[in-house]
Design a protein around this ligand. Structure first.
Ligand SMILES: [Zn+2]
Length: 399
């Protein structure tokens, strides 16, 4: 596996400009920040954004238990009233990287949590940190490009050294799931104490919960409730620390999840070269629709280029030619096995795949509700709050 920056797998420039135009045509119908309510900074010299991800925080989990700290952010901030819409496929790596690049997965190349690049046979896994896999410009790189400091306390892609981002030891934590949430919060707080010229203006903070529990027990188990309470207390620790430093009203907190949770990973098939993908799709769908396959009507195969255009899952040679879309609640098993947990990866239009969006800080109106929107809009939201020049991505509706 090479480490060259030049990536033979990248979509052509023509394709990239094509998606930018498509995104512009779709321009967002809402604005999460509101210039008319913008409040001046009291203590900090520069705007600061802490972007928090709670993995698999399905929309609605915030009502599972008393979560006073999350609800404080909601009450005093701006919330996507019916949740944040993930990108397809509704999986951890693609969604986290869409949040920080403003791009759909086909255009930065992380098209699945794991995949094989057919031209070379190289396998991408969640521990692949070679820059050749990771296209697009993440927020930490944008911040550094603008002459400022960024810090990442875990985020898919943050350990990849690309462009001006070299994953500095002090500000780029190497993924270790055993680090207690409290330590993560305390480290982020310690960055606030640095002299203004040294302090990061953008920080990520990642929590594995409640995705971890969701996979084990499904969305309705009491262990999810416990995980939500634990997230809430971590948010409380962050708020307390910011208040003690007198900067809670100055710092922007954006709290999101990457996807929801529902009782199946994406079904992607690359048939042997001797098989025609279109014949394969026709035969599979014929069989599924014949009535001879149990629950066959709940699965449909598509050629990649014939997938619904709203999924933006096309135009990357990293995407296998055949994709199966599965109806909610169903999953495809390789063999008979016990299954009582949860999964994600379904169509991103499903309500169960939605997650949360809460924005709290000087640029967010208090107590405001906005309609649901796709997470690719968050990149421009952050660059506008930080007043940075961002990379072009087409999601340009924010003021
Ligand atoms: Zn996830």
């Amino acid at each position: 596996m090479g480490t060259q920056e030049e990536d033979p797998t990248s979509p052509s420039r023509a394709l990239l400009s094509c998606i930018f135009l498509t995104c512009i045509a779709l321009s967002a119908a809402f604005s999460a920040t509101d210039q008319s309510v913008s409040r001046p900074l009291k203590k900090l010299e520069k705007p600061v954004v802490i972007l928090i991800s709670c993995d698999g925080f399905r929309f609605g989990y915030q009502f599972k238990t008393s979560s006073p700290n999350i609800h404080r952010l909601i009450a005093d901030g701006t919330e996507a009233e019916l949740g944040l819409i993930p990108v397809f496929p509704t999986l951890t790596f693609p969604n986290h990287y869409s949040i920080v690049t403003g791009l759909y997965p086909a255009y930065y190349g992380i098209v699945n949590n794991q995949f094989v690049y057919p031209k070379t046979g190289d396998a991408f896994t969640t521990s692949s940190h070679e820059p050749k896999w990771w296209l697009g410009e993440p927020l930490w790189e944008t911040v550094v490009n603008n002459g400022l400091k960024a810090a990442t306390y875990f985020w898919p892609g943050s350990e990849v050294k690309k462009g001006s981002w070299d994953c500095p030891r002090k500000f780029c934590m190497l993924y270790n799931e055993s680090v207690p949430f409290e330590d993560r919060v305390d480290t982020v707080l310690s960055y606030i104490d640095l002299p203004s010229s040294e302090a990061p203006v953008f920080m990520t903070l990642y929590f594995e919960d409640p995705d971890h529990q969701g996979h084990q027990v499904g969305p309705d188990d009491p262990r999810i409730t416990e995980a939500v309470a634990r997230i809430d207390s971590s948010i409380g620790r962050l708020i307390d620390g910011l208040e003690k430093r007198g900067v809670f009203e100055d710092v922007t907190i954006i709290m999101v999840g990457d996807h929801g949770m529902r009782h199946v990973p994406i079904l992607a098939i690359r048939p042997p070269p001797s098989y025609s993908p279109s014949d394969f799709v026709a035969k599979m769908n014929e069989g599924l629709e014949s009535g001879r396959v149990e629950n066959g009507k709940y699965l449909k195969f598509y050629l990649e280029e014939e997938l619904p255009s709203r999924l933006y899952y096309v135009a990357s040679d990293r995407i296998p030619p055949i994709i199966g879309l599965i109806e909610e609640s169903f999953m495809v098993e390789k063999k008979k096995q016990q299954e009582c947990g949860g999964a994600h990866g379904y169509d991103n239009a499903l309500f169960s795949m939605r997650t949360i969006f809460i924005g709290h800080g000087p640029q967010f109106a208090r107590g405001k509700k906005v309609p649901s929107f796709e997470n690719v809009q968050i990149y421009n939201l952050v660059t506008s709050i930080l007043k940075l020049k961002g990379a072009p991505n087409g999601s340009s509706a924010f003021p």
